[in-house]
Design a binder for this molecule. Sequence first.
Ligand code: SF4
Length: 394
Amino acid sequence: MRHLYLHIPFCQRRCAYCDFNTYANMGDRIEAYVQALCTELGLLARQRAFASPLSAEAAALRPSIFFGGGTPTMLSLGQLERILAAAAALVPLAEAEITSEANPGTVLQPAYLRGLRALGFNRLSLGVQSLHDPTLRLLGRIHTAAEAHQSYVAAREAGFAHINLDFIFGLPGQDLAQWTATLATLVHWEVEHLSLYALTLEAPTPLAAQVHAGRIGVPDDDDAATLYEEAMARLADAGYVQYEISNWVRPAGREVLPGLPWQACHHNLAYWLNSDYMAAGAGAHGHRYPRRYANVLGVDAYIKAVGAGHLPTAEELPLTPFDLCAETMLMGMRLNVGVSAAHFAARCGLSLETTYGTALADLVGQGLVEWAGERVRLTPRGRMLGNRVFARFV
Ligand code: SF4
């Protein structure tokens, strides 16, 4: 197996917009959780190996390990080292892209950042979200904009050459001038990778409740679309490649394939190429065609399940050949390079033309997708109306 996701479900404080499987005030469970995670990785390593169809472009990716959450940087270096040692039975560490998500409020210490590098982490993804302190407070973030910048600089000084910054647009009170200033700052910082996501208001979160009660206003869909278009224009002007709907990278020569810079996140590329991946940790979702699985959600339930000596699987869903085809399109069309007919045939065992020829001809007629050689991809208009395109593949 080439790709592994590890879920670390602890945070210092819950952010007002967050509906991820994360928990605050559970620091006393971290050590037991780390032990359980190492045990689960051992159980996964003993599972029967299986062969999954892999296209040439999926095979070109680096193997990857992604520590997500939650806040993986709440773990000590020693705990992360033990997890990596257990993960080594599944993914070849020396060749792998090893990413940790990080909250800028938890990683300011240069010694900690140097320790991450020494352990083999070679990519850091900092959740900055905004450079506007009142907005950061409203979101419940535990850092200021200045602290986020300090973390970014400290990570660079610690030797991280691959840093991603996460931002949200369409935030309360955010107007075009504020967003344009943020983008200019990011270009000035020479960040090599940016993930920019539209705010989504998930029903059970405090922020959604405040917005729905009319106490907080957010930009409407048209204004959010204007912010997205601004990001596309400003970052293109600054030399970034938008390689996926929400992801930009500064190209530096080498490419995964023509038009797809090597500096892209290889772990996420595995998702977008609809590759198989393992996942471990509470609530983690894995994909091993012809099945997808989800682990038990809660921290205590997870520790208990693993402690009983078996994989903590809560749910296992069979995937049909049709699911495989649909997901290969839904994920792959998010990429700027789109889906290659050769990749589709290698992954799905079917011809793209036979499977989706009618739908694609229709979408080309509407100006939403286009062919570039043997690849089919979204047009700029299709990128703004992605849901209309994706609906044709399910
Ligand atoms: S730091 Fe991230 S995972 Fe944790 S509560 Fe905030 S948004 Fe959620």
